[in-house]
Ligand binder design. Structure first.
Ligand SMILES: [Zn+2]
Ligand SMILES: [Zn+2]
Length: 655
C-alpha cells in the first residue's frame, strides 16, 4: 500500500493519509523517472529497486532477506519480481552498491529466471557475486563489471550513474549519483560517516557536496538507525577493546562476527597476528570472504598466519584464535555447533574466551541468547553486549543522516532501507533539515513513484510480495505450503480415511487419526463430527461433485469431495476446540452398490431432533448433561441440530 505522510510544520504531530502529493497539479503528462522499490521498505533486507525512464529500466541492488518466525523450513526470502519479468525488454542492467547479502544475495536466484545484461559494482561485491553465480551455475547469464570510485557508467539512453565512495561495515561501499533526464537522483546505499575507517578510505564527501551544490532532485537515504540519536561511532573505536580482550585471554580465543563485516574481520586478523596467535577460520562464508579480501589486497597478512582447523589444535591455546560464523545464533553455523558440542573439530574448553563482536539483529535475539547460554554452561568465558565496546553499527545514526541531508540538499526525499517507523523518523529528520513536508514520501514495496523536475507523485502500484525459498534454495514455499507448515507446527494434523461408493454413500466408518493435536475431544466425538461432516457433504454437495455417465457408472470429483470434508471439519475444530490442525482427507472410492454404512452421527442427530421437538425432554437432557457439558455447549448443539452442521463458508483450505 502506498502511504503518504504529510508533515505538519507547526505541529510535532504526524498525520498520515492515503492521498496524493500536493504536487499532482504539475503536468503529469511530461515524461518522468519512475522509482519502484520491490524490496527493502518496511523491512531491513532484500533491497531491490527499479528505476525507469521511457524505454530504459535499471535495477539497483538485488538482495535477499532471512525468514521471520513462523516461516518453517524457509531459508531465504526473495522479493516478487513479476513486474521486472514483465518488463525484461526494457531491462538495461543493474547496479550493485556493496557486497552485503541484503544487496547481492538475491542475484543468483534472479539469474535462474532471467538474464541480466550487465551488472556494475565495486570490486569486492563483484568478486563475492562471481563466486555465488558460479556456484549457482548461472555465470553465463550476466556480465560482471567492477567499477572504481567516481567512475561513471551509462545504462540505456537515459541513465548515467556515478559511483561515490561512502563508508560502511564492508570494504568497497558506494553511494550512487544517477543523472537522469529529470534531474539528479542521489541514492546513498548503506552508509555511515566514518572519519577513521580501518582501511583509511574516507567517504567522498567532496563529491556528495558537489552534487548538493549542483542541485539534487531527489535523495533516497538509508534509514536503519533513524531511531538512534547522535553520530554512530567509528569502526576503529572497536579496535582498542578487541585488542585488550584478545591480549588478556589466557587460553584460546573464539571470536564471531558477520563474515561480510570485512573491516571487523580484518581488524581481528591483524590483532591476532599482533598478539602472536595463529588463526583458524570456521564457517563457509568466513573462509570465502577472507579469501576474497586477501585476493583483492584488502587484508594483507602472511599465508602462514592461517592454520587448517584440523591442525590448529596442535598449537598452544595461547597462540590460537578461531574466527567463525554464528554471531546471529544461526543453527548450523560454527559457533552454534560448538555451543551444542556438535562441532567435529572444535570442543569448547573452560579456559576459552568467546567474543561476540556483533549484536543480534532483531528477530535473532532469542537464538543468540540460547547460544550464549550454552557456551556459559560449558564453562567458557563469554564476552558479549554493548558495554564491552566490541561492536558498532555500519549504518549512520540520526546525525549522520542529517549530514547526508545537509550535503545533498535534495528537493524531494524518500527514506529507504528501514522498517516503517524508521522511515517515518527519517522523514521527520528531513523536515527538520528544511525539506518541505509535502516533498517527502514514505513508500512500501510495490509503490510506484513518478518523479519530474517539479513534482513527485504516486503512480499505479505494481505487484509486489515475497517468494520463500526452502532449504535447498530451489523449491519455492508458496503461501499455501507455508500455511500448512504453520498448521502442522502449531496444531498438528488430523487425517481422515473414508470409503465412499461412487453412488455417494459412506460404506464404512471413517478412520480418524490425530498427530500432534492437543484436544479435549475424545476419539468418539471426533469420529462423530467427521461422520456428520461427511454425511453433510454427501447429502448437500454430491450433486455438484458427481455426474452419472451410465446406468451404473459415475464420474466423481473426488478432490472436491475431499476438500469439502476437510474444510467442514477444519471449521468445526476451530469453532469447537479453538485449534486449527491441518486436516487431510483421503477418500477410498468403492464401487457403486456397495452396502451403505449408517453413520452414528445421523442416528444420534435424528434422536436429538426428536428430543428438541419436546421441550420437557430437552430440559431433562440438559440436566443430565450438566456435569459434563456447560449450558453454552448445549445451546451450540441445539443450533447445530437445526442445520445439522457448522455454518458453511468457503475456508482457506479450499481457496
Ligand atoms: Zn550493508
Ligand atoms: Zn543493507
Amino acid at each position: 500500500m502506498f502511504v503518504l505522510i504529510l508533515y505538519q510544520m507547526n505541529s510535532s504531530k504526524l498525520s498520515s493519509q492515503n492521498s496524493q502529493s500536493t504536487n499532482t497539479s504539475k503536468n503529469p503528462k511530461e515524461p518522468c523517472v519512475k522509482i519502484i522499490p520491490l524490496g527493502g521498505l518496511h523491512e531491513i533486507g532484500k533491497n531491490t529497486c527499479v528505476f525507469e525512464f521511457g524505454d530504459d529500466l535499471i535495477l539497483i541492488d538485488g538482495g535477499l532477506a532471512f525468514p521471520t518466525e513462523g516461516m518453517h523450513g524457509v531459508n531465504v526470502v526473495m522479493p516478487d519480481t513479476t513486474y521486472l519479468q514483465a518488463n525484461l525488454k526494457r531491462f538495461r542492467g543493474m547496479i550493485v552498491t556493496h557486497g552485503h547479502e541484503d544487496h547481492i544475495g538475491g542475484i543468483s536466484h534472479h539469474l535462474k529466471k532471467f538474464n541480466i545484461p550487465i551488472i556494475y559494482g565495486p570490486p569486492l561485491a563483484m568478486s563475492m557475486l562471481k563466486g555465488k553465480i558460479e556456484e549457482a551455475g548461472v555465470a553465463d547469464r550476466t556480465n560482471l563489471q567492477s567499477v572504481e570510485p567516481r567512475q561513471v557508467v551509462k545504462l540505456g539512453q537515459h541513465f548515467s550513474i556515478e559511483f561515490v565512495r561512502n563508508t560502511h561495515s564492508i570494504s568497497d561501499s558506494f553511494a550512487l549519483a544517477l543523472t537522469t533526464p529529470v534531474g539528479v537522483i542521489f541514492f546513498t546505499g548503506d552508509f555511515k560517516f566514518d572519519h577513521s575507517p580501518p582501511d583509511g578510505k574516507l567517504a567522498d564527501i567532496e563529491r556528495m557536496a558537489f552534487y548538493g551544490e549542483k542541485g539534487v532532485l531527489c535523495l533516497l537515504s538509508d534509514s536503519t538507525n533513524s531511531e538512534v540519536p547522535g553520530f554512530v561511532p567509528s569502526e576503529s573505536s572497536v579496535l582498542p577493546n578487541l585488542d585488550r580482550l584478545i591480549s588478556e585471554a589466557e587460553g584460546r580465543v573464539l571470536i564471531t562476527t558477520f563474515a561480510s563485516s570485512t573491516h571487523r574481520v580484518a581488524m581481528i586478523i591483524e590483532t591476532a597476528m599482533k598478539h602472536g596467535r595463529k588463526i583458524g577460520l570456521l564457517g563457509r562464508s568466513m573462509l570465502n570472504v577472507v579469501g576474497k579480501c586477501r585476493e583483492l589486497g584488502y587484508i594483507r597478512v602472511p599465508d602462514d598466519l592461517f592454520f587448517p582447523i584440523r591442525t590448529i589444535r596442535d598449537l598452544p591455546d595461547k597462540e590460537t584464535l578461531l574466527l567463525m560464523t554464528g554471531s546471529q545464533g544461526e543453527t548450523m553455523a560454527a559457533l552454534s555447533r560448538i555451543s551444542r558440542s556438535e562441532h567435529p573439530n572444535v570442543q569448547l574448553k573452560t579456559t576459552d574466551t568467546v567474543i561476540f563482536s556483533s549484536s543480534p539483529i532483531p528477530g535473532n535475539t532469542i537464538s543468540v541468547s540460547h547460544t550464549i547460554d550454552k557456551l556459559v554452561y560449558l564453562g567458557a568465558k563469554v564476552i558479549y553486549g554493548k558495554e564491552h565496546g566490541i561492536h558498532v553499527s555500519g549504518h549512520g545514526c540520526r546525525e549522520d543522516q542529517k549530514m547526508m541531508l545537509a550535503l545533498i540538499k535534495p528537493k524531494f526525499f524518500i527514506p529507504v532501507h528501514g522498517e516503517y517507523r524508521m522511515q517515518v523518523l527519517h522523514g521527520k529528520t528531513a523536515v527538520s533539515m528544511g525539506v518541505s513536508p509535502n516533498n517527502i514520501l514514505i513508500l512500501d514495496n510495490g509503490d510506484s513513484i513518478e518523479l519530474r523536475a517539479n513534482s513527485m507523485i504516486q503512480g499505479q502500484p505494481v505487484k509486489s510480495g515475497i517468494e520463500m525459498l526452502d532449504n535447498t534454495r530451489t523449491g519455492i514455499v508458496d503461501a499455501r505450503s507455508l500455511k500448512e507448515r504453520q498448521q502442522l507446527a502449531n496444531d498438528g494434523i488430523v487425517t481422515v480415511l473414508i470409503p465412499i461408493s461412487t453412488d455417494g454413500n459412506m460404506v464404512a466408518p471413517p478412520r480418524v487419526s490425530l498427530r500432534g493435536v492437543v484436544t479435549s475431544a475424545d476419539p468418539r466425538k471426533m469420529s462423530l463430527w467427521t461422520e456428520r461432516e461427511i454425511s453433510w457433504v454427501l447429502e448437500n454437495r454430491w450433486k455438484q461433485l458427481s455426474r452419472q455417465t451410465g446406468p451404473k457408472t459415475f464420474e466423481v470429483d473426488w478432490i472436491g469431495v475431499q476438500r469439502e470434508i476437510e474444510s467442514g471439519l477444519s471449521r468445526r475444530m476451530r469453532r469447537e476446540l479453538q485449534v486449527e490442525p491441518l486436516v487431510l482427507c483421503l477418500v477410498q472410492p468403492a464401487p457403486s452398490g456397495t452396502p451403505t454404512y449408517k453413520p452414528r452421527a445421523i442416528s444420534e442427530q435424528q434422536n436429538k431432533k426428536n428430543r428438541s421437538n419436546n421441550p420437557q425432554v430437552n430440559k431433562n437432557q440438559s440436566n443430565v448433561n450438566k456435569g459434563r457439558d456447560n449450558t453454552k455447549q448445549n445451546i451450540k448443539n441445539q443450533e447445530e441440530e437445526v442445520t445439522g452442521r457448522t455454518r458453511r463458508r468457503r475456508s482457506a483450505l479450499t481457496t
